[in-house]
Design a protein around this ligand. Structure first.
Ligand code: G6P
Length: 364
């Protein structure tokens, strides 16, 4: 853990700042423009086998689980294979049906998280095919899996994961594109998504340049007792991850809900003292998301929107660059890493080593 801080005060800040380069690395050497697809040499899965997959089940813990949720949406959307993510520990303890036509994917930054490793071992014992999406080369999960991909985020020292989360989601976009192009994703969609992937590093750099603005907003919210995070479909895992990040390093209580579920309970909590962070992409759910903002405003709730354009119902909007709709969640998570960071900093927290947490949990 003694590598250079490169002028940053914390590893977390360093790692957030490295994301444009990190994403460039996960893309490098994998895109095939001729066939509008992606090559992933380590999957050990030929086209015939890829066509035989009936379901995808993604397993991980903490931030990696959230990356897996976005991954499942990407796979279902681009490859049209039913996919979902589940915390590895829950999966392991519920005697799941292990199906030979399901592709299992274990996600882990460290590649050493015990709950994930134990799930992989149990799956393999039952004859399942397991891929690893892992950052640390040669780690236990990478060795145990039948194949997989490295996310090439580089060393991550801060206990909470930032650049590895982003790279893992990009890795899933590559996997989804690869499986999609073997199945029913068109050449045109392949091209469109490849162009979108290539735009990510510059767009991430542009978001990071708005740090001062995000810092000011964070300082306003730093006194909150609790915060609500909402998003719909693609925005929901972004909300979950942003709320986890805030909890981990600021110790502010935070909840994440699908925006559509607000009216089924959590709306009762909304009042001026409970700020809401809303993920509001310019997609087919924009009107629905705006309606949720109105519901919150009608109850005098303060709103911070992360959106592709100013939201008039919001007290603050962080505007992020637009990419292809499927890839938008990758960018929308980044300002919220900075929001958590500057909130925790304003509260004087030990950002790289939050209380009670470890970088990787290698025991039960
Ligand atoms: C620990 C860390 C989390 C991390 C999780 C999974 O709980 O505190 O930040 O997301 O483990 O780690 P992994 O290395 O498997 O991604």
């Amino acid at each position: 853990e003694s590598y250079d801080m490169g002028g940053h005060d914390t590893y977390m800040h360093k790692e957030i700042s490295e994301q444009a380069d990190a994403v460039d690395r996960v893309l490098r050497g994998r895109i095939d423009d001729r066939f509008s697809t992606v090559h992933l040499g380590g999957l050990n899965l030929d086209a015939r086998e890829a066509r035989g997959i009936r379901r995808v089940k993604i397993l991980g813990c903490g931030t990696s689980y959230h990356a897996g949720m976005i991954g499942a949406q990407l796979i279902e959307e681009l490859a049209r294979i039913p996919a979902d993510a589940e915390p590895a520990s829950e999966f392991r303890y519920r005697n799941p049906v292990v199906d030979p036509d399901t592709l299992y994917v274990a996600v882990s930054q460290s590649g050493e998280t015990y709950d994930v490793l134990a799930a992989v071992q149990e799956l393999k014992r039952k004859g399942a095919r397991v891929l690893g999406v892992v950052n640390v080369v040669g780690s236990a999960i990478a060795r145990e899996a039948d194949g997989g991909m490295y996310v090439h985020a580089g060393p991550e020292v801060c206990v909470v994961s930032t650049k590895c989360f982003t790279n893992t989601v990009v890795a899933f976009a590559l996997l989804a594109l690869h499986l999609g192009r073997i199945r029913d994703l068109s050449v045109a969609d392949g091209k469109r998504l490849i162009a979108g992937l290539r735009k990510l590093p510059a767009q991430i750099a542009a978001i990071l340049e708005t740090e001062d603005e995000i810092k000011k907003i964070a300082e306003e919210y730093a006194g909150a007792q609790s915060m609500m995070f909402i998003g719909r479909v693609r925005g929901y895992p972004v909300a979950l991850e942003a709320s986890l990040k805030l909890k981990e390093i600021s110790y502010i209580h935070a909840e994440a809900y699908p925006a559509s579920e607000l009216k089924h309970g959590p709306l009762a909590l909304i009042e001026p003292a409970l700020p809401t962070v809303a993920i509001v992409p310019d997609d087919d759910l924009l009107d629905k998301n705006r309606a949720a903002l109105e519901e919150i405003k009608a109850r005098s709730g303060r709103i911070l929107a992360v959106a592709h354009r100013e939201q008039e119902k919001a007290d603050h909007t962080i505007v992020v660059p637009k990419n292809e709709t499927e890839l938008d969640p990758i960018l929308m998570g980044i300002p919220l890493q900075l929001l958590a960071y500057h909130t925790a900093l304003a509260m004087g927290r030990d950002i790289d080593k939050p209380r009670n947490l470890a970088k990787s949990v290698t025991v039960e």
